[in-house]
Design a protein around this ligand. Sequence first.
Ligand SMILES: [Zn+2]
Length: 204
Amino acid sequence: MTPSGPGTGWIEVVTGPMFSGKSEELIRLLRRAAIAKKRLQVFKPAMDNRFSESEVVSHSKWRMASEAVERAEDIVKRLDPRTEIVGIDEAQFFDDDLPKVCSHLANLGKRVIVAGLDMDYQGVPFGPMPGLLALAEKVHKITAICTQCGEPASYTQRLTTSEKQVVVGAGEVYEARCRRCHEPEGGEQAEDSWLFPPDGVEES
Ligand SMILES: [Zn+2]
């Protein structure tokens, strides 16, 4: 059940690994809103320039006009007061102010639809996504298909050796994997480092 009615804002998040169709789902939801004659604005982080600076483009080449912004707070600055629905793609690349910004927009009565990766290639919660998922009224957590075994996949496997967390994706560099087939780089220590302290470290 989705809240509705004039003046009622809310946050919904579309999340999952790469190749799960997050951008397609975002564009599908925004197209429905456009057909309903709602006023839309779509934002994405300025750094995601893999296909287009002025459009949200999915891997299957669906596209929708968007505005590239440097920081989450820029979304508020660029907001047209008449906008009813705010779409945000590649949310994981925004700074930690994004959950606060989305709450502010929802409190203003906007419907905020956000798409982003929930985990990075190590399986670690990605950037502002955990806070956003906690605040959202509605979460669409979708899966891809594991390239190794064909089961539903919630993880993104990186196939390069770069040390950077942020490597903007392409089909030949990443693939979707299930929990069993996902291999975090650096082995088990990397897999668990965000959950458990290293051996020999006492929690105070
Ligand atoms: Zn698998």
